[in-house]
Design a protein around this ligand. Structure first.
Ligand code: DLZ
Ligand code: SF4
Length: 510
């Protein structure tokens, strides 16, 4: 009797836990491209091409190791279109004693897998996903008895537990966090290294053709595909980042430059989240660069915090709070997502730039996502479900476990402050300080009111005024409410009227 080992699209690691007890003589691996996963949310074309190509290459890697792999391509004649259907179909083709799978990263899929034991009438072994550095029990134990969950404190525990950037029990450099050094605006003539690009091989070309044919109504462009699709290529991207970008990553972490989507960021989220790279190897590569004096501490610590701190923290929070977390809507926001998020058609240059980069690359960096795209959706009161759906669809690195806490908790404050200590709402001045977007915008960032005033300016105050009941007791908001209260009644009225008019117009265009 043999076992059927199912490997999902974000489990492309040869060290995956479901393969630990794999018997090369008897067992079979199943991988499948299925309609249900590609359309549960209608993923970006480039994301589907990336994942299908990475899956096909991973299947080749396993076969080269001598493993028996059943791989269902998307347009195979008998493809049933779902994980459940494909497992059922393959169980009929052999004498299997059990199904083995590493715990799916998404709540919906975990529930699906958990139902198989009774529907297929055979044992289904769900192995913990030990690629993550904090398991569910450890996170739940840490979170227990805390009213608010703050990444910073969790991160310190993780630094200690893994001995990363530590000197005894103290952080190297005397501080846990060097973010105050990581807020440089882009300077004139800043030279950004070119990203690593890979030529598409036959597998990728075939997949691109498939995506163009089958997913015509999905968002984004698949042309100019250059992502890594194998582990070897992903490792090259990591090394390229460590050598060429990490030294300035910290300084310009929050900076945004028109027509420069990549900046000094790593662009490894998509590889980490599908398993081509592992978190600890990325952390260790950065530590080594610090030890070799190739990158400064502010950059190395900032990068490591994203992986050892933030990534593990949002994953822990997701599993702690699902399924309720997907329903959170603290501000009772009800609006639809404006069409500009899909077509980039807007005179607001910051939004135009960020959506356009997203269409083209299935990528935008953290500050573009948070302080432009998320901030705007927060200020105009878009329903968190719509915003979550968009972020999940459009980014190649997005899976629900990572997208939902980042959007609901961080960008929209829709969990009422479980994850963030205050809403990341801001006027145009932040975007102006950290980018060059405003220079070529139709709107005037210095103008507070009037036809050409930057919409972020009045929408910000309007957001504070409309949500006063829910925010007034937040100590981190009191200074802003103090400023608002000192405004003249006519100014307040104008803010309200112009905001209501703007919100009405933008939703009419949807
Ligand atoms: C995101 C995605 C897409 C677009 N397509 C597939 C697929 O065809 N087959 C597959 O195994 N995985 C795919 N994925 C990733 C899955 O949605 C992801 O592995 C699960 O949601 C994890 O629970
Ligand atoms: Fe964005 Fe306002 Fe600047 Fe225009 S002026 S780019 S809308 S922040």
């Amino acid at each position: 009797m043999s076992k059927l080992h199912l490997i999902l699209g974000d489990q492309l690691s040869t060290s995956i836990s479901s393969l630990k007890a794999f018997d090369v003589q008897k067992d079979t691996i199943l991988m499948c491209e299925v309609w249900e996963e590609a359309t549960h949310v209608k993923h970006h074309k480039k994301k589907i091409a990336f994942l299908f190509s990475a899956m096909r290459h991973f299947s080749e890697t396993l076969q080269k190791k001598g493993y028996k792999v059943h791989y269902t391509v998307f347009n195979a004649k008998h493809n049933t279109g779902s994980f459940t259907g494909e497992v059922a179909r393959h169980l009929q083709t052999g004498h299997y004693e059990a199904v083995v799978v590493t715990e799916p990263s998404e709540y919906r899929v975990l529930k699906m897998v958990q139902s198989w034991q009774s529907s297929f009438k055979l044992p289904v072994h769900i192995c913990p996903d030990d690629r993550f550095l904090c398991n569910h029990e450890t996170f739940a134990h840490w979170a227990q008895s805390r009213k608010q969950l703050r990444m910073e404190f969790f991160y310190r525990e993780m630094r200690k537990a893994y001995g990363i950037l530590m000197c005894g029990d103290q952080p190297i450099g005397g501080k846990w966090n060097f973010d105050s050094e990581n807020r440089k605006p882009p300077k004139e003539g800043l030279e950004v290294p070119k990203p690593m690009k890979f030529k598409s091989d036959d597998i990728t070309l075939q997949v691109i053709k498939l995506v163009k044919k089958e997913f015509t109504d999905h968002f984004g462009q698949v042309d100019h595909f250059h992502f890594a699709v194998t582990r070897q290529q992903a490792v090259k991207v990591l090394k390229h980042f460590i050598t060429h970008r990490l030294p300035q990553f910290g300084d310009y972490q929050d900076a945004m430059v028109a027509d420069e989507p990549w900046m000094f960021h790593a662009h490894i989220g998509l590889y980490l989240n599908c398993g081509l790279l592992l978190p600890l190897e990325c952390i260790e590569a950065a530590v080594e660069a610090y030890q070799q004096k190739l990158a400064p501490l502010n950059a190395v610590e900032g990068f490591i915090r994203q992986i050892l701190g933030w990534r593990e923290f949002v994953r822990g929070l997701y599993w702690l709070k699902m399924p309720q977390y997907s329903k959170e809507n603290y501000f009772e926001a009800k609006h639809r997502l404006p069409a500009l998020y899909w077509n980039a058609e807007t005179s607001m240059n910051c939004l135009h730039q960020c959506v356009q980069a997203t269409q083209e690359h299935a990528y935008a960096h953290h500050i573009q996502r948070l302080m432009v795209l998320g901030n705007f959706a927060l200020l105009i009161g878009v329903d968190p479900k719509e915003v979550n759906n968009w972020f999940w669809v459009v980014y190649a690195d997005a899976y629900e476990w990572v997208e939902l806490p980042n959007v609901t908790g961080m960008a929209l404050f829709a969990d009422g402050g479980l994850l963030a200590s205050k809403p990341y709402a801001s006027s145009g001045s932040y975007i102006h300080k950290m980018s060059n977007y405003c220079e070529s915008c139709h709107y005037k960032v210095q103008q507070k009111q009037g036809e050409r005033a930057c919409p972020f300016n009045y929408l910000y105050w309007n957001f504070l005024a409309s949500n006063r009941k829910k925010l007034k007791n937040n100590p981190r908001m009191s200074m802003m409410y103090g400023t608002y209260d000192r405004m003249k009644p006519e100014a307040k009225k104008q803010i309200q009227q112009q905001s209501e008019h703007f919100i009405k117009m933008i939703h009419q265009a949807t």
